[in-house]
Design a protein around this ligand. Structure first.
Ligand code: BES
Ligand code: MN
Ligand code: ZN
Length: 481
């Protein structure tokens, strides 16, 4: 999917469908206003009316709501409505007349229109018979932003974010018998291959055990036939200065292990690698946009399976930093593999750490699918992540750390237990546990279990969201400036 800018008259646009926004109380300019059907159009947010002025052939008039209440998020929703109209008319190329954005940055609005069109065109169809195991070519081929303003650079950002988000969603959608840890390693190699400034290193089971990553070793023991991988990507966007560390939970299937999950809905646990997908494709977009920042990204990738060789409740393990953990619940596996990955990331040179993980069901109860939970030991980093969340629409809500939560994680016979029978503050418990593995670095944890799948947002709909890709790009821009 390509995005580009033009600056021509409405009548000269030749896209399959031209989108024109209409704010409440505004009128349409001529000759559009007197086109048959145009009087049905309104400024009501999300409303749409298709008319046929001749030149251009088709125009969809999209209600944008009150002008003074327009936001980047509303631009995304309008962008999704336009893409759906394009699909209805079976078009492949969409053009937007960039609306008057008032106080908002026109480039930001343009990027949102592009990104949302790409997101809403996402389709996962390779497993429909007749598709030959391949994705059909995307129905959306081009988005054009028509304006006299200089938005070209931001349109490229929208394009990169939209495409990277969809690649993350594709990884999320792939079933666990395809998207194995080695498959993710293959995708990481592809990304390194595509960018001169990206390198990759992949550790196999033997190397993981040898390195002392007891958490990743333990969780992967049940998957006798599916090897774990510890994937490390380095992006040298600046070459000197701060290194940002990114860690993404990459459990390619979470059965719960011996503490097995109920069968209803278990198939959805193929998405337990969503943090890893966001980190992989977020890094890919950051490299594509050549954002001047150094990054080291770590994906601990494994299945969590029950078997005769699996980790058992009560087993005691030693994590990479020497801390011991009694595994009271094998379904609290994410924190065990993230613990090693965080330590590894810090030791490999990260100055600050951000992890993304579908870590707890509790975050769904607390925040639903609107906000991801943010837990951090550092106010500056937390503020930067909050700002990136606001800008990207990938919202985060900070939850506290406190010594009383920390006490819940302490073990009787070990340093830590990975889950408490009390089930208090499940999301914070997991965050408190992770804090033990941050090597004294500023760190922010994002629990995306509620936002990675089925948010129902206009531009994501049901299924995978790629949540985190845009946030990471926004964060990288912020930290690089
Ligand atoms: N991968 C799950 C969390 C999850 C739940 C992700 C729902 C996506 C949707 C995680 O590994 C898990 O099983 N967490 C347990 C922790 C508990 C055993 C302390 C949970 O939340 O129930
Ligand atoms: Mn689990
Ligand atoms: Zn899990």
């Amino acid at each position: 999917m390509k995005a580009y800018t033009t600056d021509v008259a409405l009548s000269d646009l030749d896209a399959d469908l031209v989108a024109v926004g209409l704010f409440e109380g505004d009128g349409l300019s001529e000759p559009l206003g007197s086109t048959a059907g145009a009087s049905d159009a309104s400024g009501d947010f999300k409303s749409k009316v298709i008319v046929y002025p001749g030149k251009p052939e088709r125009v969809v008039i999209i209600g944008l709501g009150p002008k003074d209440g327009f936001t980047l998020e509303k631009a995304r929703v309008a962008g999704a409505v336009a893409q759906k109209a394009l699909k209805e008319v079976k078009g492949e190329a969409l053009a937007w007349m960039l609306p008057d954005t008032g106080d908002l940055d026109p480039g930001g609005v343009a990027a949102c229109l592009v990104e949302a069109a790409i997101f809403s065109a996402f389709d996962f169809d390779r497993y429909k018979s007749g598709s030959d195991g391949k994705e059909a070519p995307p129905s959306l081929k081009a988005v054009e932003i028509n304006t006299g303003k200089d938005v070209a650079a931001m349109v490229k950002v929208g394009e990169a974010v939209g495409n990277a988000g969809n690649r993350a969603r594709y990884l999320q959608s792939l079933p666990a018998n395809v998207a194995t840890p080695e498959y993710l390693a293959g995708r990481a190699r592809e990304i390194a291959e595509a960018h001169e400034k990206v390198t990759v290193e992949v550790m196999d089971r033997a190397a993981i055990i040898k390195a002392g990553m007891g958490g990743l070793e333990a969780v992967s023991k049940g998957g006798e036939h599916v090897e774990p991988r510890l994937i490390t990507l380095r992006y040298t966007g600046k070459g000197g200065g701060e290194t940002l560390g990114l860690v993404g939970k990459s459990v390619t299937f979470d059965t719960g292990g011996i503490s097995i999950k109920p069968s209803a809905g278990m198939h959805e646990m193929k998405m337990d690698m969503s943090g890893g997908a966001a980190v992989l494709e977020g890094l890919n977009a950051i490299a594509e946009l050549e954002i001047p920042l150094d990054i080291i990204a770590v994906l601990p990738a494994t299945e969590n399976m029950p078997s005769g060789t699996a980790l058992k409740p009560g087993d005691i393990i030693t994590q990479l930093n020497g801390k011991t953990v009694e595994v009271t619940n094998t379904d609290a596996e994410g924190r065990l593999i993230l613990a090693d990955a965080l330590v590894h990331c810090a030791r490999e040179g990260a100055d600050r750490l951000v992890d993304l993980a579908t870590l707890t069901g509790a975050v769904l109860i607390g925040l639903g699918s609107t906000y991801a939970a943010l837990i951090s030991n550092d106010d500056d980093l937390a503020a930067a992540v909050e700002k990136a969340g606001e800008l990207s629409g990938e919202l985060v809500w900070r939850l506290p750390l406190h010594d009383e939560y920390k006490d819940l994680t302490k073990g009787e016979i070990t340093d830590l237990v990975n889950a408490s029978a009390q089930r208090k503050a499940g999301t914070i418990y997991a965050g408190s546990f992770l804090e033990e593995f941050t090597e004294g670095k500023p760190w922010a944890h994002l629990d995306i279990a509620g936002t990675a799948w089925d948010t129902g947002r206009e531009y994501w709909g049901k299924g995978p969201t790629g949540f985190g890709v845009h946030l990471l790009v926004a964060l990288a821009y912020d930290l690089s400036s």
